[in-house]
Design a protein around this ligand. Structure first.
Ligand code: UDP
Length: 367
């Protein structure tokens, strides 16, 4: 017998919204269930003092994929924001990502040749042929000075693990450039929705029935009975009631404050790369959209190990967790009519553009 909905979409973040949109565009009927009191997952933004605040951490859409850019542009107008974080190490400031401005501040070198020479010498001294972990990868990319001042403590704060115990690929996200270019991302397209991410996700879900404060796993059988198929974007280990063990995540706690000043730090992102500062970064939200409000809102970001009851943010894709995930993946293959998708469903440290790519591909495959 045909059920009331074609798809039950569990979660309302970016993956869910892209998939739901594609399904509706193909004439499918969808029901979205979200356990939070709002949609948009971790890209949710909320107005405080008329400023869009990234409640679950800053998100900057950047991509080289024109298809992704054209797709999101259907639902939001993006501004020209370019991410250029500044690192504060014990009161000294450095530009990120690692580029000629950083090398000048670090060594007073003024030419690419001089910078390359220093890095090359530090690489040689370290004698690493095949980087096996984040520390070795970082030193072979940028040398020991930059590793010590801009990478080691920041990374260990963020991940709560020694850099020697972290996978090398985390650091490969960061560009190294021998030009004076502070653009954090190597991306053709980059920006922030002028009206906030929540409005963008709302537009994507137009026409869908959405139930907020609805915890799928608590009402699974009743909800499953309503739809032919399920897209599940929650944590994969939680779906299986942690039966094989818990996957590790890093969680983040935000200390958000309204300040009675129009400009607190002069930049959207300041990273604190020393070990003594307890937070990893301070976000000043208005600068993402060139805000001119009389007040400002800042969020200090504290990284913490995830435990039940906290929000899972970053999957910890080390060997132990990847193995465990593979076992959950096997269980997932045996769940008839259920698609697991997104950062939590696939246990993957996804950038937003990749989420959109995989959701579009999945939609094309199954719809
Ligand atoms: N990173 C670092 N120093 C910095 C910024 C980043 O060492 O000042 C490293 C760190 O290992 C981090 C990774 O780069 O885990 C990715 O950082 P990014 O801020 O790009 O990640 P996000 O939290 O924004 O996804």
């Amino acid at each position: 017998m045909k059920k009331e909905y074609d798809y039950l979409i569990v979660g309302s973040g970016l993956y869910a919204a892209v998939f739901a949109r594609c399904a509706m565009d193909k004439g499918k009927k969808v029901l979205v269930v979200e356990r939070r009191p709002h949609i948009a997952g971790n890209i949710y933004t909320e107005k405080i003092e008329d400023i869009d605040v990234h409640i679950y951490g800053a998100h900057i859409l950047h991509t080289n994929n024109k298809e992704v850019w054209d797709y999101v542009s259907r639902f939001a107008t993006f501004n020209r924001y370019t991410n250029s974080p500044i690192a504060n190490y014990k009161g000294t400031l450095y530009n990120l990502p690692f580029n000629m401005n950083t090398f000048y501040a670090m060594w007073h070198v003024t030419t690419p040749q001089e910078a390359m020479q220093i890095i090359e010498q530090q690489r040689k001294e370290a004698g690493i042929a095949n980087p096996r972990n984040l520390e070795e990868q970082a030193i072979s990319l940028v040398g020991r000075d930059i590793y010590n001042i801009l990478i080691k403590d920041y990374t260990e704060k963020q991940w709560g693990r020694a850099c020697t115990e972290l996978p090398a690929n985390i650091i490969k996200r960061l560009p190294v450039r021998f030009t004076f270019d502070n653009n954090y991302f190597n991306a053709l397209y980059q920006g922030i929705p002028v009206e906030g991410y929540t409005a963008m996700i709302e537009n994507m879900f137009k026409g869908a029935e959405i139930r907020l404060n609805c915890d799928y796993l608590k009402e699974k059988s009743q909800l499953d009975a309503l739809a032919d198929k399920v897209l599940y974007t929650g944590a994969i280990d939680e779906y299986f009631n942690y039966s094989l063990g818990t996957l590790e995540y890093r969680s983040v706690r935000f200390e958000t404050e309204v300040l009675d000043t129009p400009n607190y730090q002069g930049n959207a992102v300041f990273n604190y790369t020393d070990a003594d500062t307890p937070y990893t970064r301070i976000i000043e939200h208005k600068h993402f959209v060139f805000g001119t409000q009389p007040k400002t809102v800042i969020s200090r970001e504290y990284s913490a190990e995830w435990k039940k009851g906290l929000e899972p943010y970053y999957p910890v894709n080390d060997e132990r967790n990847q193995k465990l995930y593979a076992s959950y993946r096997e269980l997932a293959e045996k769940e008839p009519g259920v698609i697991f998708g997104g950062r939590l469903g696939e246990y993957k440290y996804y950038d937003m553009d990749k989420v959109i790519e995989v959701a579009l591909a999945k939609a094309q495959e199954v719809l």
